[in-house]
Design a protein around this ligand. Structure first.
Ligand code: SGN
Ligand code: CA
Length: 535
């Protein structure tokens, strides 16, 4: 309540009222945390009671998408409110974020907010627009991670990265409340979890081991009619590294795979005591694995070649189970740590007037189409979880079904802060969707004229996982995708209502010619509207 001046609220216009109350903003973004592994979205695989609290007391977006399903680009879209071709950071491999451009944190600062970011940054250049920052170098590490501090120094913190980031966030909020109790805060907490290679907190290492996960229905997808999907390198069978990803390592037994040095570097960060706890779990598992599977010619069976009941099929399932269990452990720590942060905000009396956002930099495949990783414009990786606990004045609750995108966060935070939203921001403020019965005429109008399509563009090729460049439009029911580049020129069209798993490419079918032409028109209109030169 500290920001609420004595005003007769009913008599104050909404814009002024927003300025007067100035909510704090706590934005929690994880890495690769997909909705399938968040129980408020999907109860098949894991339990996330703390994360679910955010949705239970606020809202859950059921159609939430990214503009470019990759870390750095997604972060750049979030910070600028603009698509990749406008913010300039199109891909992780060659991108350097131009920190001199307009960003939402800078605009929040100008509006009187204290801004801070703690955790994964992944934009190469040093953060700008933040009063305080402490970031992981590049992808960062799970164990005893190094942080880069604002003065340029680097220091290692002992322990597990998800706990450390939470500790730092809580300490920072506490310090801010002491030093600048009247200044609203916008804190960006960017977790490393649950990025590859899904290394668990040592306290959680034995969790989920008794769980057998059911394969998703598209697990053995053969990619008929989808050459770009067939050409990717993100199959659990074919492309997951037995040492690096599934952690089957014992010095005398394991083969030296391409990613073994990277694995040894990751676990080489553990102290001798930590390493003993790690090895106590993974070493016996590895010994059992090589005793059972050591005579296989390859630990990378392509899913297309696995006959039911064959050794290859069993090994493929074994890899899937390891993947799911390790990922679930990492999510468990995230859930616990976010719960700790929520408790802190409750105890500090901050929950009432804080916008708490929980999202991820993109979705992820948990065996759908046989995959891990993301990048593709198909639903699992185009989507990202988005749940919010809302500050005073925003009385919408439950599910929000309008299509929203990560370019919308910047204008949302700015409008909530009572700041002007610059005309060149391409996202839409979500404020009208969050107002509920408090919406004024303008907000009701914006809500009823909400966008009817979102635009997507992925650029990182040639690169790891071999996902071709593509752009796409998704409407309420249909999706049109164009994979393009020197080695591909291929269109896909889906009816998400009759084919939610995107298995039947309708492009070029005479029966869908009218739909195809209409989707082309809508795609071109969207590319013009967003001024994307690649069309
Ligand atoms: C790393 C991973 C990839 C992942 C990219 C991008 N390989 O390169 O599997 O797709 O990050 O992820 S690893 O061998 O280093 O684990 S992103 O979320 O940061 O964009
Ligand atoms: Ca990511």
């Amino acid at each position: 309540m500290r920001n609420t001046p004595v005003l007769i609220l009913a008599a104050v216009p909404a814009q002024l009222w927003a300025q007067a109350t100035r909510p704090d903003i706590v934005y929690i973004m994880t890495d690769d945390h997909t909705a399938q592994m968040l129980s408020c979205y999907d109860s098949r695989y894991v339990e996330t009671p703390n994360l679910d609290r955010i949705a239970a007391r606020g809202v859950r977006f059921t159609r939430s998408y990214v503009a470019n399903s990759l870390s750095g680009p997604s972060r750049a879209c979030m910070l600028t409110g603009k698509h990749s071709h406008k913010n300039g950071f199109t891909n992780n491999e060659h991108g350097v974020f131009d920190g001199s451009q307009q960003t939402m944190p800078k605009l929040l600062q100008a509006a009187g907010y204290e801004t801070a970011i703690i955790g994964k940054w992944h934009l190469v250049s040093a953060p700008t627009g933040f009063d305080h920052w402490e970031i992981l170098p590049a992808q960062g590490d799970y164990y005893n991670p190094t942080f880069i501090h604002q003065d340029g120094t680097r220091a290692v913190d002992s322990g597990y990265v998800t706990r450390i980031i939470t500790d730092k966030a809580i300490a920072y909020i506490g310090q801010h409340r002491q030093q600048q109790p009247h200044k609203p805060l916008a804190l960006f907490i960017h977790h490393k979890a649950c990025h590859r290679a899904w290394l668990p907190d040592l306290d959680d290492i034995t969790l989920y081991e008794d769980r057998t996960f059911t394969h998703p229905s598209t697990f053995l997808d053969a990619y008929a009619g989808r050459p770009a999907a067939a050409a990717t390198e993100m199959e659990i069978g074919k492309d997951m590294d037995i040492v690096y990803d599934t952690k089957m390592y014992a010095p005398d037994l394991a083969p030296r795979t391409p990613l073994t040095p990277n694995y040894l570097a990751m676990i080489g960060r553990l102290s001798p005591e930590q390493r003993a706890r790690y090895d106590a779990f993974y070493e016996p598992l590895s010994r059992r694995f090589y005793a059972r599977w050591g005579n296989m010619r390859s630990f990378n069976p392509p899913q297309a070649a696995t006959a039911p009941g064959s050794d290859e099929a069993c090994l493929l399932d074994w890899k899937y189970q390891r993947y799911m269990r390790d990922y679930a452990k990492v999510v468990h720590a995230l859930d616990r740590e976010v719960g700790r942060l929520l408790d802190y905000l409750d105890e500090a009396g901050m929950s009432e007037n804080t916008l708490i956002v929980y999202t991820s930099d993109q979705g992820f495949y948990m065996g759908e189409h046989g995959w891990f990783d993301k990048r593709m414009a198909y639903e699992e990786s185009l989507s990202t979880p988005l749940i919010m606990s809302l500050p005073e004045g925003y009385d919408r609750r439950g599910d929000i079904t309008e299509m929203v995108q990560n370019i919308d966060y910047a204008p949302t935070f700015l409008e909530m802060a009572g700041a002007e939203v610059p005309a060149d921001i391409q996202g839409e403020s979500l404020v009208p969707l969050l107002r509920g019965s408090r919406a004024n005429a303008d907000e009701r109008h914006r809500r009823s004229h909400w966008r009817d399509a979102i635009y997507y563009h992925y650029y990182e090729y040639p690169a790891e996982h071999a996902v071709r460049r593509h752009y796409a439009i998704r409407t309420d029911r249909y999706k049109l995708i164009h994979f393009y580049g020197h080695d591909i020129d291929h269109w896909e069209l889906y009816d998400l209502q009759t084919d939610p798993h995107e298995l039947h490419n309708l492009y070029g079918q005479p029966t869908h010619a009218a739909l195809q032409a209409d989707m082309h028109r809508r795609l071109e209109a969207l590319q013009l509207r967003y001024d994307d030169p690649q069309r």
